[in-house]
Design a protein around this ligand. Structure first.
Ligand code: AMP
Length: 279
C-alpha cells in the first residue's frame, strides 16, 4: 500500500530507514490530478529505484495567476489509488504551511534558461518551481528525480539548478505521454469543453508539421507562421508563442548542429496549453 505522508518529519524517518538499508530512492514531484503522464514517471522510477516517492503539492509560489491556482483540479483520493496501482511506496502531500512555515524567506532563482518563453509569459513562475524543487529534494533526500519533457523548459531549469548548486540528485527527463490524437496529457485538459477537446491536438499536429517542413528545408520563420495560423484556425483564442530554440539554453538558435526544440503555448477555452517537440 502507498503510504500517505503529510509532514517532513514523518518523511525523514521513512527515507532515512530506506537509505540506511542501502536503498536507492526516487522522487516524482507533481501537483496532483494525476494522469498517465505522471504515472509513466512513477513507473520509470520503480524500474530504476528501490523506492519511489510521489509528491503532490499545488505550489502557490509558481502560480502567476490566482484564478489558475483556484481552479487547479484537486483529486487526492483518486491520485493515491493510482499511485498505489503502480506500486509507489509513499506519497508526500504537505500543506502549504508545512512547505512554507511562518517566516519563510528564501527563493531559489535560476538565471538564463528560466528567462525566455514561460519565464517571460509567467514572471516568477520558475523561481517558484526552482524553490519548491530544491525543497522537495531536501525533504525527500532522493537520489533520483523524475521530470517530464512535457514541461521542457522546466526540465532544463531543474538540470541547471542541480548542476549549479551541486545537489546530490540525478535528474531524469521522461518522454511526453500523449492521448491517441496527439494531445499531450495535462491536468488542465479536463477544463476544456467538448469542442475544445476535439481540436486541442492541433497544437501538437501543427508544430509536428512545422518541424517536418523545417527538416525538409523550409525556413524556420515560414514554418512557424504556418503552424500559428493552423492553431488559430482550429479555434484557439490566442497563440502566446511558437518558437524554435536551442534545446538546452532555450535561446534563439539557427545552429542546426545543436539539438533544437520547438516550443509552443496557446489558449483554448480559457485554458493555457503548452507542448514541445525535438526538431
Ligand atoms: P505537474 O503535475 O503538471 O506539475 O507535472 C508533474 C510532472 O509530470 C512534471 O515533471 C511534468 O513534466 C510531468 N508531466 C506532466 N504531463 C506529462 C505528460 N503528458 N507526459 C510526461 N510527463 C508529464
Amino acid at each position: 500500500m502507498t503510504d500517505v505522508i503529510r509532514t517532513v518529519a514523518e518523511l525523514r524517518t521513512l527515507v532515512r530507514a530506506w537509505r540506511a538499508a542501502g536503498e536507492i530512492v526516487g522522487v516524482v514531484p507533481t501537483m496532483g490530478a494525476l494522469h498517465d503522464g505522471h504515472l509513466s514517471l512513477a513507473r520509470r522510477g520503480k524500474v530504476e529505484c528501490h523506492r519511489v516517492i510521489t509528491t503532490i503539492f499545488v505550489n502557490p509560489k509558481q502560480f502567476t495567476n490566482p484564478e489558475d491556482l483556484k481552479k487547479y483540479p484537486r483529486t487526492e483520493e483518486a491520485d493515491v489509488a493510482l499511485l498505489n496501482s503502480v506500486g509507489v511506496d509513499a506519497v508526500f502531500i504537505p500543506s502549504p504551511e508545512e512547505v512554507y512555515p511562518d517566516g519563510y524567506m528564501t527563493t531559489v532563482s535560476v538565471g538564463g534558461v528560466s528567462e525566455p518563453l514561460e519565464g517571460r509569459m509567467r514572471p516568477g513562475h520558475f523561481d517558484g518551481v526552482a524553490t519548491v524543487v530544491t525543497k522537495l529534494f531536501g525533504m525527500t533526500e532522493a537520489h533520483r528525480g523524475y521530470f517530464g519533457q512535457k514541461d521542457w523548459q522546466q526540465l532544463q531549469v531543474v538540470l541547471r539548478l542541480v548542476r549549479d548548486l551541486n545537489l546530490p540528485v540525478t535528474v531524469v527527463g521522461c518522454e511526453t505521454i500523449r492521448e491517441t490524437d496527439g494531445l499531450a496529457m495535462s491536468s488542465r485538459n479536463v477544463r476544456l469543453t467538448d469542442q475544445g477537446r476535439a481540436v486541442a491536438h492541433v497544437l501538437y499536429t501543427a508544430i509536428t508539421a512545422a518541424a517536418d517542413d523545417i527538416r525538409a528545408g523550409q525556413s524556420d520563420r515560414m514554418a512557424i507562421r504556418e503552424a500559428a495560423e493552423k492553431v488559430r484556425a482550429a479555434g484557439f483564442e490566442r497563440v502566446e508563442y511558437i518558437e524554435l530554440r536551442d534545446a538546452e539554453t532555450l535561446m534563439p538558435s539557427d545552429d542546426v548542429r545543436r539539438p533544437r526544440r520547438m516550443l509552443a503555448a496557446a489558449w483554448l477555452d480559457g485554458v493555457r496549453l503548452i507542448d514541445n517537440i525535438p526538431v
